[in-house]
Design a protein around this ligand. Structure first.
Ligand code: KOT
Length: 847
């Protein structure tokens, strides 16, 4: 474009200003334009999905203008940026979040209403972007919202999987079956394809000029890796608007494509097929999200994904840095990289490789830079969830990286030996390479050694990370390298969008919506915890949300003609990934216990029982047999209880399994909960974040002293305001030994529940016998038998509290009022100060 003429430039600027206008007629013009030119439709054949698409494209136009301005502003201001590297971003839906963050909801609503459309009803047309498994992926999404809201110069990097987390259906009323989630079927309006941003990524091949792994040592030549196979990483950008700011950040997702489009004419038939196969192999890399949460996949393709991801990402980051024409010593002053768990930790090795092999830096100088760039967030202490890769696989796929890892390890162990001469047992424990019948690379140790800071995600978790998981490393590096950043959630999505009724009530009572940007404002609600009128309105909101969930269940969940659930009953919810450590099994055994008790209760005793609806939801990793068995048991119990011939009993207890738990379902379920279950064995759940979402929505919590439960209890005013039970983390090791070797007496109530299931009361018990027998012999690793007696006891305290509705409502309000600390805004500010050393870079005031 020839912009040398001032008038031309001014014309461009004027037209762009026009495009950004969001008055009613501009919105209408843009909507109609998308109906006709983007969708090739007319008002006569426009269905709800078409209307959603047109609205989405119109909102997207707004988003992109602000996004370009933000990126230009960052380029001009040139601050240190933070790059959030995550193999998972669990975004959910986008449209409503966008218009709320950009303060355009009313404008769109009004504009479309005039055209005969209800904007709010279009939200339901959108499919979730579900490029994540659970807490870890959703955390990344919440942090992007907060980083944008606080104007931090940040950029998210991830993978654009063709298939997100599988769709779960329940077959024959009891078993999980998985269906592919082809979320891009109707194209995705929330991404911008950047075919101009593409990088080559190599795999396999051989290494040359490497003198016995001494590459980069003074006087030694750098090594040259000659990959045998190349693919291309193509960028897709997803704009992320902040709330009440013009800042729009970016998540850059990489998609794999074949290196070069093959030339049809130059191929004979055989090679044609081969070249199509080659194309498919390339596209395979980003085709599917691994559906594992807290269990590693261990597949070659997964390692390929990880390297593909960090290789493309680092090329992009370093290209941006190189444009600044600064010496390499400036890298840590311009670039901070946060590793969301170990999944992107090959980035450490890749940066070292690029600096040494491609830019000729000396090993030690490069390594010092690498360590100042990276920081690592640990999300789990479960030993089986820690990533380890076979050396043999790493050597084949990434021969140069494997040698670099050996060298990193060598220099690291030498420095350990210097501090602890002759302590070879310590060297064995701390080695990045685990020796054994198969050598393995311990990715967590690589991440610790290559980072300047390591953080856990809740106080108790960070303490365990420091004192147990990385104990030797804390001793070696000093405690300062290990910090805590307690997780947080975005109040925009998890209160304002998910629960507009409660949001409006809070805003009305506080006299402003400032709490949406400063969640500690909620503490002012405490003053109204006993206020009659406020209590009534508060209860009314909860009732509305329970009724709406009951309606959803009636419509969308297979209830086998059982009739609607009673929305007057206490709603007891456990929704999260199915995992033994989260103990859904203990929950359903507790349900059976309650059922047996109600069955034998007299009519008089029954009058005293609080009716409950037990709501379960969550996906099991497809290869996780025990988790699938737990789903089966929950559904078996559900089917029997809900069909009990005793109609009076059926009013007192009901079980629901909501299939295909997702971000969008969470937004429906969480506001409707009276009590939610966070009952992991103490010391196993790193943080949990749904616990925060439930309490923020005025739900009470039953849980163990685990993860963020501990801090939630502190902030709401102690465990008097929540229901605690079970062993403490400090007791767990000892209890495990007791259970295993001494076999303590099993509580009779627990025995009775197990016997009831084994007797066939819930259908053929043979699938469950093994799992149940293990619990009462020596296989109760998660201490269900130990915590069981105190669990139903805690449930009785819940019932007692619920009977006093005034007391319950007061607790509910006080719970919510104490949640200020758990805003993701606070979390990212903690990261910015304690780890990244970055400052906000707010947009200049618009003229
Ligand atoms: C581990 C391996 C693969 C995929 C996911 C994981 C994973 C997920 N590890 N920890 N998480 C969860 O992360 C959440 C966010 O920090 C925590 O709240 C939760 O306790 C972890 O289980």
């Amino acid at each position: 474009v020839d912009l040398s003429n001032i008038a031309t430039l001014e014309l461009w600027n004027k037209i762009r200003k026009d495009c950004e206008s969001v008055d009613t007629s501009s919105i209408q013009r843009s909507f109609v334009n998308h109906v006709y030119s983007t969708l090739a439709r007319t008002p006569y054949n426009l269905d709800e999905f078409g209307a959603y698409q047109a609205a989405a494209h119109s909102v997207r136009d707004q988003l992109i203008h602000k996004w370009i301005s933000t990126q230009q502003h960052f380029t001009r201001s040139n601050p240190k940026r933070v790059y959030y590297l995550s193999l998972e971003f669990l975004m959910g839906r986008t449209m409503q979040n966008c218009v709320i963050n950009m303060d355009m909801e009313e404008a769109y609503s009004k504009a479309l209403r005039e055209m005969g459309l209800a904007f709010e009803t279009l939200y339901d047309q959108e499919t979730d972007a579900a490029l994540g498994n659970g807490g870890l992926g959703r955390l990344a999404a919440c942090y992007m919202d907060s980083l944008a809201t606080l104007d931090y110069p940040a950029l998210g990097y991830g993978l654009r999987y063709t298939y997100g987390i599988f769709e779960q259906r329940i077959r024959n009323g009891e078993d999980q079956v998985e269906y592919p989630d082809y979320w891009l079927r109707f194209t995705n309006p929330w991404e911008v394809a950047r075919v101009d941003v593409a990088y080559p990524v190599g795999f396999y091949g051989s290494v040359h000029n490497d003198s016995a792994g001494r590459a980069g040592q003074p006087g030694q030549p750098a090594a040259r890796w000659e990959p045998a196979e190349f693919v291309q990483a193509v960028a897709y950008d997803v704009p992320i608007p902040g709330y009440d700011t013009d800042t729009v950040l970016n998540i850059r997702l990489w998609s794999s494509k074949p290196q070069r489009q093959f030339d049809l004419s130059s191929f004979n038939d055989g090679e044609y097929e081969k070249s199509v196969a080659e194309k498919q192999r390339a596209e395979n890399i980003t085709s599917v999200l691994y559906p594992n949460d807290n269990t590693p996949a261990g597949k070659e393709l997964r390692l390929k994904q990880q390297y593909f991801f960090v290789c493309a990402t680092l090329q992009d980051i370093l290209r941006r840095f190189s444009k600044l024409n600064l010496p390499w010593s400036e890298l840590p002053n311009k670039v901070g990289i946060q590793l969301n768990d170990t999944h992107p930790s090959l980035g450490i090795v890749e940066l070292q490789r690029v600096l040494v092999d491609e830019h000729g830096l000396e090993w030690d100088i490069a390594w010092a830079l690498v360590q100042r760039v990276y920081a690592y967030t640990n999300h789990t202490v479960l030993p089986e969830a820690l990533e380890c890769w076979p050396v043999s696989l790493m050597e084949r796929l990434l021969p140069r990286h494997m040698r670099i890892i050996f060298d990193i390890n060598l220099y690291f162990l030498r420095s350990v030996e210097q501090r602890f001469p002759g302590d070879y047992e310590r060297l064995r424990r701390m080695s990045i390479i685990e020796e054994g019948h198969q050598q393995m690379v311990r990715m967590a140790y690589l991440a610790v050694v290559g980072s300047h800071t390591v953080n856990g995600v809740a106080r108790i978790h960070s303490d365990l990370v420091r004192s147990k998981l990385f104990r030797d490393f804390a001793e070696f590096y000093g405690d300062d390298k290990f910090v805590n950043i307690t997780n947080g959630i975005t109040p925009r999505r998890w209160l304002h969008v998910a629960n507009p009724q409660l949001s409006a009530l809070i805003t009305k009572r506080l006299g402003s919506n400032r709490w949406l940007k400063d969640l500690t404002e909620l503490s002012r609600l405490k003053a109204f915890a006993d206020d009659e009128d406020f209590q009534q309105e508060w209860r009314q909101v909860k009732r509305t949300r329970k009724e709406s969930l009951a309606e959803y269940i009636q419509k969308h969940v297979d209830t086998a003609g059982e009739g609607p659930v009673n929305s007057e009953a206490l709603f007891d919810v456990q929704v999260k990934r199915i995992h033994e450590y989260k103990r859904q099994l203990m929950n359903i055994l507790g349900v059976v216990h309650r059922y047996l008790r109600i069955k034998e209760a007299s009519a008089e005793e029954r009058r005293d029982i609080v009716p409950r609806v037990f709501i379960f939801g969550g996906k099991a990793a497809p290869g996780y047999h025990t988790a699938k068995l737990i789903i089966k048991l929950i559904n078996r119990v559900k089917n029997v209880i809900n069909a009990d011939p005793d109609a009076e009993l059926r009013k007192l207890i009901r079980v629901v399994y909501i299939p295909n738990y997702s971000v969008t379902l969470a937004e429906r379920i969480i506001p409707a909960s009276d009590i939610s279950e966070h009952i992991s064995t103490a010391g196993t759940e790193a943080s949990g974040t749904s616990n925060m979402k439930f309490v923020l929505n005025g739900g009470l919590l039953i849980g163990t002293r685990d993860g963020a439960n501990v801090e939630i209890a502190e902030h709401i005013g102690g465990w008097d305001l929540a229901f605690e039970f079970g062993a403490k983390a400090e007791e767990v090791d000892d209890l495990r030994n007791k259970v295993r070797y001494l076999r303590p007496e099993i509580h009779p109530a627990f025995r009775r529940v197990v016997e009831a299931i084994k007797s066939g009361q819930f259908g053929d018990s043979s699938p469950f016998v093994n799992m149940l027998d293990r619990l009462v012999s020596d296989g109760d690793y998660y201490l269900i038998t130990v915590d069981f007696p105190s669990y139903p006891e805690a449930q009785e305290r819940v019932d007692a509290a619920y009977k006093d509705q005034k007391k319950w409502t007061r607790m509910s309000i006080e719970n919510c009022a104490g949640m200020g600390f758990f805003s993701a805004d606070r979390s990212v500010q903690d990261y910015a100060k304690k780890i990244w050393g970055i400052n906000p870079c707010p947009p200049p005031p618009s003229k």
